[in-house]
Ligand binder design. Sequence first.
Ligand SMILES: [Fe+2]
Length: 403
Amino acid sequence: MKNSNIVELFQPAHTLIGNGSIGEIPRFMGSVGVKRALVVTDEGLVKLGTVKLVTDVLDNNNVPYVVYDKVEPNPSVRIVNEAYKAYKDSGADFLVAIGGGSPIDVAKAVSVLATNGGDIRDYEGVAKSQKPGAPIVAINTTAGTGSEVTRAYVVTDEEKKIKMVMVDNNCMAYLAIDDPSLMVGMPPALTAATGMDALTHAVEAFLSNAHTPFSDGAAIEAIRLVSKSLKRATHFGRDIQARTDMCWAEYLAGLAFSNSGLGLVHAIAHQLGGFYHTPHGVANAILLPFVMEYNAPYRTKRVARIGQAWFDAETEGVSDDESAKLAIEKIRTLSREIGIPYLCDTPFDMKDIPILAENALKDACAANNYVTATKQDIEDILMNAYVAGVVEKVKSAIEEENK
Ligand SMILES: [Fe+2]
């Protein structure tokens, strides 16, 4: 029986953060005794030359490997099976995942299958596998998802048309890498969206009903780093310091939410992704200030601390109420400055609000929101986000006309 006084923390066995980290891969993998890699990635990263930066390191250190580059966004059971076949056929004994969430998620699935066998559908849910998976080097190429940090992965069952969520200690990366040199070529819109995903992870972890001192420390520093550097990383992508700050922010935010859960922003954003394919980070960024406003009356001190953590925020002598308002306003301003669209600029349709709210209530992330939301609460959040966007657009059109 689990002792409820004891908190178990989850994190990768090893982590490297910083420019040139990928050069250290052979040193770590040599000590585990693995010999041959399956590189799991997508065609876009091959074309960009990102994969070659990593395979050059393997080549220079005589580490044999085979590349599987057919990972697609929202990876399916078919993709997992294909990658698993490539793993077995190649005689690989470890995985090198290069990408955002999708390639890393596929590598986690292959890792579990490699040592536990069976079908990936067998592992839906919490802690369903028995044995530690094959070692994974998880190389993150976007500063957002946190997949290199977490013990969760998502696979789409295309027959049942559902997303299966697996939470499993056995799929944790052996070596997680956040190397800013792989991120300098990320376009501004992707930098903005993934950075706001990281910010949302941190804010939701900090406001979660399952937060701990560990997740609090990681989350609040992640928030400070996003506030300091996301705008610069978006507009000056080659600024290695801004990219490094975002690597730290992303990693800390991933650690925080992996250990505390998320909240209503993700619960609703998942529905916008499912219905309209709204990019995950964009959906989070749009909803974040509105969910914070919803939570603030019940979590005033915590939302205020977010305001106090914000870079350059003058909060000395400011009340908690004011500091909480400042936090929400700073996040809204950042979204505008980095080009996050309004909800009314996305394919969102108001007539879907009831079904979106109903599904959001059932989403696993809703359970960690401090306030237990009703369907009406979620409908109101969506309506507020929609109307606020329309009002802002009208205001800017009038301002433009009066110039
Ligand atoms: Fe997220």
